[in-house]
Design a protein around this ligand. Structure first.
Ligand code: AMP
Ligand code: ZN
Length: 137
């Protein structure tokens, strides 16, 4: 439990949420911003800063529930697609420094979620060198 962490406070019941799922390790609830209808967050109850620093077994448990939430959003809300997003560090848009996964139901290209991945391939990038740099050992 991290003092002043809003998701720790939600996890231990100090702050209310619209709960979708809970077990000993994981909690899922509606994101207050509702970027699209049914936008949910899945968190581990224990405090870790983000996806990159959370123990593997907890990441797996969170992703298992994220998958189930996405399936239910399609079945029950009529979503036509789902985006799974986990922002890591401020430069990637993380505002709450407690690991969480957004599960964002999508209702068509004109809904209110925008994720833009611009093609940067025309830049003179040395792909063999980059692949070598980030090759997993
Ligand atoms: P991120 O910007 O990726 O760190 O996501 C944090 C998310 O937490 C934002 O989408 C906020 O809308 C959401 N959020 C913040 N406070 C609450 C809260 N009390 N209940 C539900 N969602 C919240
Ligand atoms: Zn926390």
């Amino acid at each position: 439990m991290q003092k002043n962490c809003i998701f720790c406070q939600i996890a231990n019941g100090e702050i209310p949420c619209h709960k979708i799922f809970e077990d000993d390790d994981v909690l899922a609830f509606l994101d207050i911003s509702q970027v699209t209808k049914g936008h949910a967050l899945v968190i581990c109850k224990e405090h870790y800063e983000n996806f990159l620093s959370t123990p593997k077994d907890l990441v797996h448990k969170v992703m298992d529930i994220a998958q189930r939430v996405g399936q239910v959003q399609i079945q029950m809300l009529g979503a036509k697609g789902v985006n799974i997003v986990s922002n890591c560090y401020e430069n990637a848009g993380q505002s709450v420094m407690h690991f969480h996964v957004h599960v964002i139901p999508r209702y068509g290209k004109t809904d209110s979620f925008i994720l833009e991945m611009k093609d940067n391939s025309k830049e003179s990038l040395n792909l063999p060198a980059i692949a070598d740099q980030i090759k997993l050992k």
